[in-house]
Design a protein around this ligand. Structure first.
Ligand code: SF4
Length: 115
């Protein structure tokens, strides 16, 4: 269950440093890390498996996972899917409607603030 403290933190903007993004291994592979509209379960498994392979080679994995958990991000971050993050107690706070657009905008904002 979402509490108002989490929601207000989420609306206030990203929390935590994004310096680790300078060393990210996923640059240029955004399509693997965010689900397209109406993605089928089998396609999701294939996409997230490919994303996981990239994360496994990334030196920023721990910082990235912590950031995504802290900010209740959408998409695949730090070797962790949205459902895995939710199972760990860090469910996204964004409404289902418009998630892809929000996720893409957040990723752009995070990359911009890291550069
Ligand atoms: S851990 Fe994965 S999602 Fe995070 S920066 Fe590295 S490659 Fe990208």
């Amino acid at each position: 269950m979402l509490d108002i403290t989490q929601l207000s933190e989420n609306l206030a903007g990203p929390v935590g440093s994004t310096a680790w993004m300078d060393d990210s291994a996923c640059s240029g592979h955004g399509d693997l890390f965010f689900a397209p509209f109406a993605e089928r379960p089998e396609a999701r498994v294939r996409r997230e498996t490919a994303a996981q392979r990239i994360c496994n080679s990334c030196v920023s994995l721990i910082e990235c996972r912590d950031y995504a958990r802290q900010n209740r991000e959408l998409g695949f971050w730090g070797g962790e899917s949205e459902s895995e993050r939710a199972a760990a107690g860090f469910a996204p706070t964004t409404p289902i409607v418009g998630r892809k657009r929000v996720a893409e905008q957040r990723a752009r904002d995070a990359m911009k603030s890291a550069s």
